[in-house]
Write a protein that binds this ligand. Sequence first.
Ligand SMILES: Cc1ncc(COP(=O)(O)O)c(C=O)c1O
Length: 394
Amino acid sequence: MNNNWLRGINSTVIHTGEVPDPITGAVVPPIYQTTTFAFPSNETMWDLMEGRGGGFIYTRYGNPNYGMVEAKLAALEEAESALVLASGMAATSTAILASAKAGDHIVSHADIYGGNFGLFYELLPKVGMETSFVDATDVEEVEAAIHPNTTIIFIESPSNPTLRVCDLGAIAQIAHARGIRLIVDNTFATPYNQRPLTLGADVVVHSGTKYLNGHSDVMAGAIVGSTAIIADAVQVFRKLGGNLNAIDAWLWNRGMKTFGLRMARHNQNGQAVAEFLASHPRVDRVHYPGLPDHPQHALAQRQMRGFGGVLAVELRGGQAEVNAVLNRVRLFTRAVSLGSVESLITQPVAAVHHNVPEQYRRLGGITSNLIRIAVGIEDIEDIVADLDQALSRE
Ligand SMILES: Cc1ncc(COP(=O)(O)O)c(C=O)c1O
């Protein structure tokens, strides 16, 4: 079904990629829980393997449940194409290996998801790719870090966990002037709040595990970009084998249908919690792009339409105070991850950024009194009351 006439986010996520089941007419698509697909003839087998005609071969090469989510993601990011994978890490590693080779250099920043940091810092050097970590909020630092062999700039904006905002348009210009590919991890913002491809990025990667699915029940990832970029990524993906399960793709497609509603609520709740904590006596500093004192607030207002549900909060005190607050929460769950309907709370240096070396933690502002709050879509009064009682000294 051609849904190109849809404009609104809610209509897009409900209708794009949806086709009533051709055999039964079922409105909700079936789960194609199969590894392999029958060929009507041996000639079609030749055609499909040589890229002629539509059809399915083997689930690692494609599955009808993938296409529904891919169509939605491409529409949301205003892209030609999308590829779903088994996790955000599968998406990032596949996008990098599709864009660079041994001997290439990457520019990124230290305040990125700990798994992404580990990929750049530990794994990629083993295959001959080196990364320079800079303060990417400073466009001149990004430019100064470029070497003749730089082929990728990798940016997370807002960044995990410190919610720093990078100027995607300015960095895209620097990249393109030198033939460098700009890859943006848009997990924190989501296409509801920011569309990096429209600002000049070449590739967007996502952890679908977060807001896009939104229910903490599916591990998933995506690469979004031009048809040519996705075609290259598909070749790498088929060899690395990071494919999504059909049932997870089906669950993700269902989760996506409330994406717009959930994001509107995450934005509202995130802003309200940030404002509440900003004036709390036990809080030293709140990092949230929606607050006027955020260093890149003006840029965030230009580049984003909302600021999401994640905030980083520096508590007054040390580990004892952090333990006290995390151990007192009742509505919040102490758990890693973010972007789900339920509110989660964690200490980055204890969990997600545990393995980031001290020098890079310092560069990324990942202090030990920092807690990361992923605000869910519960009633704001209950969220604020829980944080208030967890922060009280009693
Ligand atoms: C910004 C960001 N990118 C990528 C990932 C990795 O995604 P996944 O856990 O789905 O592999 C995460 C996970 O927390 C993340 O926060």
